[in-house]
Write a protein that binds this ligand. Structure first.
Ligand code: ZN
Length: 841
């Protein structure tokens, strides 16, 4: 199912967006829109918790219709979500979703900001969220974001007044935004920030409400709307041929890992925003009412406005370069502005406009997409002016600050290609997401370099500067080095140029479960970041374990190649678990990180360096039965995990499910959300129930309550609910202490519920027929007991088990109690000593 889904996505991408990294090539209409934006000096900040929370209709409207600088502050990077396009979860999913937000902003014209808060998973209440996040740090980051971006208006996606009604991260984002609104203008709050940034006071704060927050459309119709502004975001843009909702849908469709592809609409569409702080505008359509958004708002701005409003009015769509002399005059005036904030923003904007008016194309490509510090790469530097503007290329400055004199007049449509060799500094930092370089906590990323806080990604510092003279004014243009290649199918492909370590290593399995009294061969994969890599590998491992051999030589001739080494791991005599890390010694350096590459067409190619560590567990486990059939759902690693403890696991496609095929299995396990995602299973349920009746075991993992595609989940009545226990340490009571599932072949005790991760489980049934025995009870703090996490029913000669326990999360984390309990579920009815019909609770 997963591969099929992935192929489908690849197909969709290949027809739509291959251009994640391609330079923008604006049309004459685009340039005119940019000039209008240049002449608007107002800013809006939209605030929510996750990638995909943001309302792209409002962001696009503010950016493209109002022409405001518009940013989305997402408190987290969405590490806790699920991934519909590939296997990456947790921090790697956070990297993907960060890039999806950036892709969304490239589409809707916004900017993207973050805090250091980590999406640690589902949270029912902001009290819990703010206890797991470091509330002071996140609030400080929100204050910093406001002081840096200087919005006139803030719009929250969520209501700060209704804790418990939605994800705790959501309400927290609104609460922190409201709190920050009253702090940002005060010199005494977070004074340590004020060396790099000034205080700032936004004028208004809104909540982007909708009928949904009122419970129903009817209730919303009747509600008091005195404090609500109505904004018609359904405008049409002739310059792009798109309606605002169509742009918003294209933007939202960038959230591909979440499956948020959406279809655009046309015609009027009202957004409601409720005033929370500041004064209510009289004009109920204008959130900037009373705020000067013209050039007059800054000292020395009027003269610039006089030039630029005329440029906007006199713009020649047939010859954009006719605007260049006046644009250059305005550029010069902007350089004399005292207001550093607007000077930086407007300098960048007007330089882009000047370059695009001239059809100026500046590009620096390397002959490889990655290299190591200290090595050298070949660069191709392309320069072309495609206008009659008077432009001279004075010089080019490479990343090491070396100036290459040119003094070339750039004649209309005459290109230059310069070849240069770049010697990369030996202390050049490795390219990787800055928030992942140091181990954080459950709730927070650790970021040592304060300058990076809030930035969407690690700034690229391998840049080339082109010093041009345009109409006798010196204007520098800076471009990051990129890698460009041609794919026979896709055509032109761009990738970022990145610095990688000379060696990286990983162990092929993330969790290694070793049965007591056994040993295990593990495979270490070493990858060379450069040619002729020579060194040796040893492992770091817990003290009481042993590894053979102690060291092995590694020798790799070509950059990018891998070498596989086998080490034998022997566990101690007692129960034990720990981490095992490969260490690659090259000269006097030791490399302990794994290099992960993320390659999807809708986002730029990503390289991520993470600590290379696998969990090793010596597990005291008994089991019965050997052969498991696994029916895949939304995708999980449960099959690999069951293989780890010695089961043979065959993946069953819906078409493989037949009475004679099922006969050879001791148990059938249904993957997470299979009944939400695999429609064909509706026709297979009876075959599965008959298999159980004849003595088989069937274990069904969690499904969500909505969009269940089968008529009957279980052979007996069973009703799914939204009950979940999110506290992974919540106390677990054993209800059916004598039931076989808690006693055979492993004796399950409370100890088996220690060390769980992220949550206990989700979407537990809350009603079931008397054939089911509830085995466990647990609940989150302040909530009633939930007894539906593990339900077992005898059906004919076999057993049907429904469980919302999060085995799919616990297995990859190597939680031994989860393995022992699952082994018991698979072994139900296989206790030869005790006929199953004699088991009583
Ligand atoms: Zn969310």
């Amino acid at each position: 199912m997963k591969t099929r889904l992935r192929l489908l996505f690849l197909f969709l991408f290949s027809t739509a967006l291959l251009t994640a990294q391609q330079p923008k090539k604006p049309t004459a209409s685009d340039i005119h829109e940019s000039i209008k934006k240049l002449n608007f000096l107002g800013s809006v900040l939209y605030v929510a918790a996750h990638p995909d929370d943001e309302n792209t209709r409002l962001i696009s409207y503010m950016s493209n219709e109002v022409k405001a600088r518009t940013a989305y502050l997402s408190l987290t990077r969405g590490d806790g979500g699920q991934n519909l396009v590939g296997p990456e979860i947790r921090e790697l999913l956070g990297v993907i979703r960060t890039q999806e937000l950036l892709a969304a902003r490239r589409t809707d014209g916004g900017e993207q900001l973050f805090t250091r808060a980590n999406d640690f998973g589902y949270s029912k209440h902001p009290d819990e969220t703010l206890a797991i996040w470091n509330k002071e740090q996140v609030l400080s980051d929100v204050v910093l974001a406001i002081r840096k971006f200087k919005p006139d208006v803030i719009v929250n996606r969520f209501d700060h007044r209704s804790p418990g009604s939605t994800h705790g991260h959501h309400t927290s984002s609104a609460m922190l935004s409201v709190e920050a609104f009253d702090l940002v203008g005060n010199k005494n709050s977070y004074p340590n920030q004020l060396s790099g940034v000034d205080i700032w006071q936004p004028q208004r704060l809104f909540f982007n409400t909708s009928w949904w927050f009122y419970g129903s459309r009817e209730k919303f119709e009747e509600a008091d709307k005195t404090n609500l502004l109505e904004i018609d975001t359904g405008v049409y843009f002739p310059s792009s041929g798109l309606s605002n909702p169509e742009i918003a849908a294209l933007s939202r469709s960038q959230h591909k890992s979440q499956g948020f592809g959406s279809t655009g609409s046309r015609g009027s569409q009202i957004e409601y925003i409720e005033l929370i702080k500041g004064n209510l505008p009289v004009d109920r359509n204008n959130i900037f009412e009373g705020i000067d958004t013209s050039w007059n708002r800054i000292e020395g701005g009027k003269a610039i406005g006089d030039i630029l409003y005329a440029v906007q009015n006199n713009y020649d769509f047939n010859n954009p370069s006719a605007s260049i002399p006046e644009l250059v005059r305005a550029y010069k005036a902007i350089q004399n502005l005292k207001d550093e904030h607007w000077k930086i923003i407007k300098t960048k904007e007007i330089k882009d406009i000047i370059a695009t008016c001239a059809g100026l194309y500046l590009e620096v490509t390397a002959d490889t997409n990655h290299a190591t510090a200290g090595s050298s790469v070949n660069l191709n530097i392309e320069v072309i002016n495609r206008s009659n503007a008077n432009i001279i290329l004075s010089n080019i400055v490479n990343p090491n600050g070396v100036k290459i004199e040119k003094n070339l007049k750039l004649e209309n449509n005459t290109g230059f290609d310069f070849k240069e060799t770049l010697q990369i500094n030996s202390n050049q930092s490795i390219s990787t997401p800055y928030w992942l370089t140091k181990k954080g906590t459950l709730g927070m990323y650790a970021v040592d370099d304060k300058k990076l806080i809030g930035k969407p990604e690690t700034p690229r510092d391998l840049n080339v500067t082109f010093n041009l003279n345009i109409g006798n004014i010196a204007i520098p243009f800076t471009k990051a080095i990129v890698y460009k290649t041609n794919d026979p199918v896709k055509g032109e492909i761009y990738k970022p140029f990145e610095i990688i370590p000379e060696a990286s290593a990983k162990i092929s399995e993330n969790v290694i479960i070793i049965d007591k009294n056994q040993q295990r061969d593990i495979e270490v994969i070493v990858k060379a970041g450069r040619d002729n890599l020579e060194g040796y590998v040893e492992l770091a491992y817990p003290r009481n374990w042993s590894v053979f051999p102690e060291k092995q030589k590694v020798s790799i001739a070509t950059k990018g190649q891998e070498e596989r080494l086998i080490f034998t791991v022997i566990p101690p005599k007692e129960q034990s678990e720990g981490l095992i890390t490969p260490m690659v010694h090259v000269g006097d350096k030791v490399y302990t990180k794994e290099l992960i590459e993320i390659d999807y067409d809708h986002i730029p190619f990503q390289t991520v360096l993470l600590p290379s560590e696998s969990k090793i567990v010596r597990l005291d486990i008994q089991k019965r039965g050997e052969n498991i059939g696994y029916i895949e759902g939304a995708g999980d690693v449960v099959p690999e995990s069951l293989r780890q403890i010695g089961y043979n696991v065959a993946i069953l496609k819906p078409e493989d499910i037949s009475a004679e095929n099922l006969e050879r299995f001791d148990a059938i396990v249904v993957g997470i959300r299979a009944y939400n995602t695999v429609e064909e299973l509706n026709f297979k349920q009876q075959i599965l129930f008959d298999y159980v009746a004849q003595g088989g075991n069937m274990i069904v993992q969690y499904n969500t309550r909505h969009r269940v595609k089968v008529d009957q989940i279980a052979p007996y009545d069973l009703k799914l609910s939204r009950d979940r226990v999110t506290d992974e340490n919540a106390d677990v009571s054993l209800l059916a202490t004598n039931h076989e599932v808690l006693n055979f072949p492993n004796k399950i005790t409370k100890n088996d519920f220690e060390g769980w991760t992220q949550e206990r489980g989700l979407y537990f049934p809350n009603e079931w027929s008397s054939e089911f025995t509830p085995i466990l009870s647990m609940n989150d703090q302040g909530e009633s007991e939930k007894t539906g996490s593990l339900l077992v029913a005898k059906h004919g000669e076999g057993y049907y088990v429904y469980t919302g326990l999060s085995f799919f999360r616990e297995f990859p984390a190597g939680v031994s109690g989860a393995y022992r309990l699952f082994a018991n579920m698979l072994s139900l009815g296989k206790n030869e000593m005790q006929p199953s019909n004699q088991i009583k609770n």
